[in-house]
Structure formats: C-alpha cells, structure tokens
Ligand binder design. Structure first.
Ligand SMILES: *[C@@H]1O[C@H](CO)[C@@H](O)[C@H](O)[C@H]1NC(C)=O
Ligand SMILES: *[C@@H]1O[C@H](CO)[C@@H](O)[C@H](O)[C@H]1NC(C)=O
Ligand SMILES: *[C@@H]1O[C@H](CO)[C@@H](O)[C@H](O)[C@H]1NC(C)=O
Ligand SMILES: *[C@@H]1O[C@H](CO)[C@@H](O)[C@H](O)[C@H]1NC(C)=O
Ligand SMILES: *[C@@H]1O[C@H](CO)[C@@H](O)[C@H](O)[C@H]1NC(C)=O
Ligand SMILES: *[C@@H]1O[C@H](CO)[C@@H](O)[C@H](O)[C@H]1NC(C)=O
Ligand SMILES: *[C@@H]1O[C@H](CO)[C@@H](O)[C@H](O)[C@H]1NC(C)=O
Length: 390
C-alpha cells in the first residue's frame, strides 16, 4: 500500500511534464494576450514563437518564459503597442520585429543573449529597455526606428552589424565591442550621429556614411574594406591602425585631416575622392604597401607618402590644384602604372569617374588587379589610362 503513496505523485509529475512538453513546444502563434499568458508556465520554450500581425491594440507580455530556443518574431503587428518579456534571458535564433508601427515600449529586463537581432520599421520605438543589456548576438540589424541611442546593446563581439535609417539616432556608444567579425555599417541615421568604438581592435569590413564623428582609437586592422562616405567630420584619426583591406574616403564634405600615423599596409585599393575641403594628405607617413590601386582625386595641394615602397595597382593622382608630380614620384617606390596630373579641370578616378566634387560612390574594388594575370593587369591599366586621356 505504501508504494501507492509515492506512485501517485510520481505519475502526477510525469503528467505535468508531458503537459508542459506539449504546450511549451513551438511553433506557436500568439494572437492575443491570453495566448501569451497561456505560456507562463514554460520556463523553456522549445521552438519558435510568432506574434501574429492581427494582435489587437494593446500590449503583449510573455511572462515566465526564460528561454526560447528558436525565434521570436513579429511581423506587421500594426496595433501592438508594447511587447514585454520580463523573465526572458535568451532567444536561441532570431529576434525579429518588423512593421510594428505603434510599438512604443519594448521591455526585456533579463535578456542577455540572442542569436540575431533584426528590428526594422518600428517608427515609434524610442528606446530599447534591455535592462541587463544584450551582450551576445551574432548579428544585429536596426533600421528605420525612432531610437535615439543604442543603450541596451552591450556586445563584446558581433558578426554583422547594420544600423541604418534611424533618423533620431545621435549616439552609438558601442563601448564593449572589441571585435567585429563581419560587416559593420552605419548609414542615414541622424546627421549628428557620433560613433564611438573605444575598444574595437579588429573588424572584417566597416563602412560609415552620413555620420558626424567616428572614434576608433584602438582599431588595429580591418581585413576588408574600411570606408568613409558622405560624412560630416573634419578629421578622421585612427592612431593604432596598421593594416586595412580597401581604404576609401569619398564625398566627405568637411574632411580636412586624415591621420593614420602607423598605417603600413592597404591590402586593397586606397581611394580618396570627392572630399571638397581636403587639401593635404600628409597623415599616412608609414604607409609602405598598397596591394591594389592608389587613387587620389580632388583639389589636393599636398600629398606626402614618404614611406611608400610599392603600389601594385595603378597610381592615379589628379587634382584641380597646381601640383609637383616630380617631387612625389621621387618619394614613392614601385607602382603598377603612374598617372599624376595637376591643374586638371575635372579630376578622374582610375575608372574614369569624376572624383573632384559632388556625391560619393561605392568603392571601385580596385583590388581586382591581384586576381588577374599580370599581363592582363597591365593591359587593363593601359586601357584605363587611354580611357581618360581621350
Ligand atoms: C489594427 O486596428 C485597426 C483598427 O481597429 C484595424 O482596422 C486593422 O486591421 C488592425 N491591423 C491589423 C494588422 O490587424
Ligand atoms: C576576432 O574574431 C575573429 C573571428 O572569430 C578571430 O579570428 C580574431 O582572432 C578575433 N580578434 C580579436 C582581436 O579578438
Ligand atoms: C548619405 O550617404 C549616401 C551614400 O554615401 C549619400 O548618397 C547621401 O547623399 C548622404 N546623405 C546626406 C544627407 O549626406
Ligand atoms: C594602441 O596600441 C598599443 C600597442 O599595441 C597599446 O598599448 C595601446 O593601448 C593602444 N591604444 C589604444 C587607444 O587602444
Ligand atoms: C568586405 O569588403 C570587400 C571589399 O573590400 C567585399 O568584397 C566583401 O564582400 C566584404 N565582405 C563582407 C562580409 O561584407
Ligand atoms: C591632423 O590631425 C592630427 C591628429 O589629430 C594632428 O596631429 C595634426 O596636427 C592635424 N593636422 C592638421 C593639418 O590639422
Ligand atoms: C564623385 O562625384 C561625382 C559627381 O557627383 C560622381 O559622379 C562620382 O561618382 C563621385 N566619385 C566617387 C569616386 O565617389
């Protein structure tokens, strides 16, 4: 008889576990606040949770859940005003919020880990109430929101990071990030956006567009592109930078000073174009090798490259100002092909684009000569040179 006493509770526990197993497995769609409360006993939810587009006007709260192993997604929930998950610590896959045009409150007090975070078209979202701070995410994309800062994002490393079209975003203090293993891109946010990466040491690719300040004091290297387009700063300094892939400064209307005091190697093209106020390039004293083309156009008066031993691609310098090409040629070592012209009305980049004034453009990918046989390279370069002589 005694064993029955134990058996009953044991069965009851097993039964509860089964019940929890069923109701705590995805995919699950939440259509109203009641559907959300029904999940409150799930500490771990296995699979995906989707918040339906048709959720009624008002808040949705996911209480009790600590972990979602799959994704948490919400697309086109026009009437959702608030989304909260006070206990949720991690989302294994993607946290996607898109087109929640009335969403004003996003309260995730315990969240520290997401697979990927993708927020877009949230025009009324002014802050991320991630009280603990998201410290782990493979990729982050925040586009078309009303955020004024990125408080709540506290990553150490990140893969791809895209922050774009957030018209009120003025601060992006991503202080903890030491390593960007993918592509980081900032564009079309508030024009006073200041970006500070005080601890960033390495990145794969980075592009900065339309920003008013970029601080990268500890950046040592980028494997791929480091590009600055259509920015509003006067000075760009990267005091610890030694090596980049393509390096581009295009259409930065106020830029007067580029300071890269220990940059030695550009493993791609080095392009400077359409920076109307830039008169001198004298802040790259240690630059030794450029694997692609060196392509400087604009109204440059002074270019000093005292350490430059080799440009494997074309060397193209064209300026509207009077320019002493001979003096420069004595300074630099081997170059793939030499074009240097002062007093030209319409400076042309090595691909024959206008590079004196006006709008920026995408990099010209001049690392290409590395991938084709050297004979071909020479022919292509000669063709290019004839191209703009005609
Ligand atoms: C949002 O609410 C409005 C007004 O009640 C309704 O017409 C509309 O269909 C709702 N949107 C969605 C996606 O359910
Ligand atoms: C950055 O991450 C990449 C890829 O995970 C790794 O190879 C590299 O060593 C890391 N660099 C630093 C400085 O942590
Ligand atoms: C922002 O940058 C893009 C791409 O470089 C450029 O086309 C656009 O004109 C810039 N916008 C402003 C306001 O500078
Ligand atoms: C620059 O690099 C040096 C040598 O690696 C290091 O000691 C210094 O702390 C770095 N500066 C910054 C601002 O990270
Ligand atoms: C990094 O930039 C290079 C151009 O310099 C480009 O070819 C490559 O696709 C970029 N990589 C990523 C991951 O965006
Ligand atoms: C450019 O900036 C560097 C570093 O901030 C500074 O040392 C240098 O004097 C500046 N050059 C000019 C011409 O302003
Ligand atoms: C420079 O500006 C001109 C005129 O807007 C544009 O056609 C050209 O593509 C730009 N060149 C570069 C390299 O940004």
């Amino acid at each position: 008889m005694a064993f029955m006493k134990y058996l009953v509770p044991a069965l009851a526990v097993a039964g509860a576990a089964v019940a929890q197993g069923d109701s705590c497995k995805g995919p699950k769609t939440i259509e109203n606040p009641g559907d959300a409360s029904a999940l409150a006993s799930c500490t771990t939810f296995e699979g995906d949770i989707e918040i339906a587009a048709k959720v009624p006007k008002g808040p949705i709260t996911l209480e009790g859940i600590q972990e979602i192993t799959g994704s948490l997604t919400c697309k086109g929930a026009q009437n959702l005003t608030s989304l909260a998950a006070p206990d949720l610590e991690s989302i294994g896959d993607t946290f996607l919020l898109s087109g929640a045009i009335e969403l004003r409150n996003l309260q995730f007090d315990s969240l520290t880990e997401v697979g990927a975070l993708n927020f877009e078209a949230l025009p009324n979202l002014q802050q991320l109430s991630f009280t603990k701070g998201v410290s782990k995410a493979k990729n982050i994309r925040i586009s078309n929101t009303d955020l004024a800062n990125l408080k709540g994002i506290a990553l150490n490393t990140v893969g791809d990071m895209e922050i774009s079209n957030n018209l009120h975003l003025k601060e992006a203090d991503v202080a903890q990030i030491t390593n960007v293993t993918g592509f980081a891109s900032f564009s079309a946010n508030h024009e006073e956006l200041k970006i500070s990466f005080p601890n960033l040491e390495s990145a794969l690719n980075m592009t900065f567009r339309n920003v008013s300040s970029v601080e990268i004091p500890s950046l040592k290297k980028t494997q791929g592109l480091l590009g600055f387009y259509s920015n509003f700063f006067e000075e760009l300094a990267a005091p610890n930078l030694t090596s980049t892939g393509d390096l581009v400064f295009a259409d930065n209307s106020e830029l007067t000073n580029i300071s890269l005091p220990i940059l030695e190697t550009v493993k791609g093209a080095f392009q400077i174009a359409n920076n109307t106020e830039l008169k001198a390039v004298d802040g790259v004293p240690k630059l030794k090798t450029v694997y692609g083309a060196l392509d400087f156009t604009g109204s440059l008066e002074k270019v000093e490259l005292p350490g430059l031993d080799e440009v494997r691609g074309e060397f193209n310098l064209q300026t509207t100002q009077e320019f002493n090409c001979d003096a420069l040629q004595k300074e630099v070592g081997r170059v793939g092909d030499w074009v240097c012209k002062g007093k030209v009305a319409n400076p042309q980049t090595k691909d024959g684009e206008s590079g004196g004034n006006g709008k920026g453009n995408k990099p010209t990918g001049a690392a290409v000569p590395l991938n084709i046989p050297s004979g071909m390279t020479m022919m292509a370069l000669i063709g290019g040179a004839l191209g703009f002589a005609l």
